[in-house]
Ligand binder design. Structure first.
Ligand code: GLU
Length: 425
């Protein structure tokens, strides 16, 4: 993390540094531990060849950054997106360290990805790209060392290809005991019930805790969602029975609105069939600014980074921002939200349901168990509620915002372990 900042906070890794320093200053984090945590541990960049459907070879660039593993193996997703670069992956890996520490699960932080637009490749090409990336990473991943999972534009099928490729590189005697090398797998290949919806489910558990704590009635409350992929669509589907009304949605194909309410289930089906929210029957197309200026009470950003900024934070009229995405709010946006009195449940707390159920999947694989959905949901709820109240309590104690409080929870957990273990040699 560098201390120089650009005026517009577009460098995600610098944003992480600013957030980290604010919390470290607040609790006067041990300077040596601050030095350790300010750097990522390993940064792997691989360039690998893949044969395309037309018979020609294309070179791809893949990343895996491992930030810290003092609390447990490196853990975090792989994304396929043209915007993937080393700074983005460093930031995302670092957030995973904080996220796991806040949720109280024995994992460190890692993240990776490939710089591609997956919509430009056939399913067969994506399979070969995923497999060659896994092969190129080699022993940089492993079931007790670094465990990938789905993220933006990756899914259970891609995890199955990664699993199969990784296992194929092992001696036959080790294959069945290594299926926990990735999480977010299809159920039949060792996945967990509830993992697909887990991030959205966690977002909703956090919104429910916030509502309880603030005497906020969700029945009839209006909300808007940015991004209708895994996180956005599951959050909306799970919120529906609580009576909250979805009135606007935005994604890469445009934004749509309907005051009377948009049915999340029907919209999810429309997105699956058409690739995006645009053109959903019964809704009016609106522009980006109008979307963010919607008169609603809750905003769930569940797409990409740097959406709530110096420019756009002023537009928001909501009472609560629940961050389903990683890094949707930059430090300027954060400051404006605080000035406006808009509550925020930060990404490293709000979207940790995914990695928590990944942990459950990892445990089930290690123990050769298969939990039912009730058990997964019950255990996830317990983790989410505990984490929410730990952060809320710290925010009260230190009279600080929820993001900084969440960092404090993570930094104190890491500081404790470093102090107990000391540093080799
Ligand atoms: N990609 C998800 C995240 O950003 C899940 C990570 C995981 O399950 O390891 O939290």
């Amino acid at each position: 993390m560098t201390s120089t900042t650009t005026k517009k906070h577009t460098n995600l890794y610098e944003n992480v540094g600013l957030q980290f320093n604010k919390a470290a200053d607040l609790i006067q984090l041990d300077p040596d531990i601050r030095t350790i945590l300010s750097k990522t541990e390993n940064e792997i960049i691989v360039h690998f060849p893949v044969k395309m459907d037309n018979g020609h070879i294309e070179m791809f660039t893949g990343y895996r950054v491992q930030h810290n593993n003092v609390l447990g193996p490196f853990k975090g997703g792989l994304r396929f997106h043209p915007q993937v670069d080393i700074n983005e992956v460093r930031a995302l890996a670092t957030w995973m360290t904080w996220k796991s520490a806040i949720a109280g699960i024995p994992f460190g932080g890692g993240k990776g990805g490939i710089q591609i637009d997956p919509s430009k490749y056939s399913a067969h090409e994506l399979e070969r790209i995923s497999r060659r990336f896994t092969f190129a990473l080699g022993s940089n991943i492993g079931p007790e060392y670094d465990i990938p999972a789905p993220d933006v534009n990756t899914n259970a099928q891609i995890m199955a290809w990664i699993l199969d490729t990784y296992l194929s590189t092992l001696p036959a005697t080790q294959r069945n005991s290594s299926v926990h090398v990735v999480t977010g797998k299809p159920i039949a290949s060792g996945g967990s019930l509830g993992r697909d919806k887990a991030t959205g489910q966690g977002v909703v558990f956090h919104i429910l805790e916030w509502a309880k704590e603030n005497n906020f009635n969700l029945e009839g409350a209006k909300y808007i969602v940015q991004g209708f992929g895994n996180v956005g669509s599951w959050s909306a589907r799970i919120l529906k029975p609580y009576g909250a009304i979805l009135i606007a949605v935005e994604d890469h194909t445009g934004a749509i609105a309907c005051e009377a309410g948009i049915d999340p289930e029907a919209l999810a089906q429309h997105v699956a069939a058409n690739g995006g929210v645009a053109g959903f029957p019964g809704t009016t197309p609106i522009d980006h600014e109008t979307f963010l200026k919607t008169n609603a009470e809750i905003f769930i950003p569940a797409a990409l980074e740097n959406q709530i900024t110096e420019e756009t934070a002023d537009w928001l009229k909501v009472k609560l921002v629940a961050e389903g995405a990683n890094g949707p709010t930059d430090p300027d946006g954060d400051a404006i939200l605080q000035k406006k009195g808009i509550a925020l449940i930060p990404d490293i707390l709000c979207n940790s349901g995914g990695v928590v159920v990944s942990y459950f999947e990892w445990l089930q694989n290690k123990r050769s168990e298969f939990w039912d959905l009730e058990e997964v949901d019950y255990k996830l709820k317990k983790k989410m509620v505990n984490a929410y109240h730990k952060v809320s309590e710290i925010a009260r104690q230190h009279k600080t915002d929820f993001r900084t409080a969440a960092y404090v929870v993570a930094l104190q957990a890491l500081e404790k372990v470093y102090k107990e273990r000391g540093l080799f040699p």
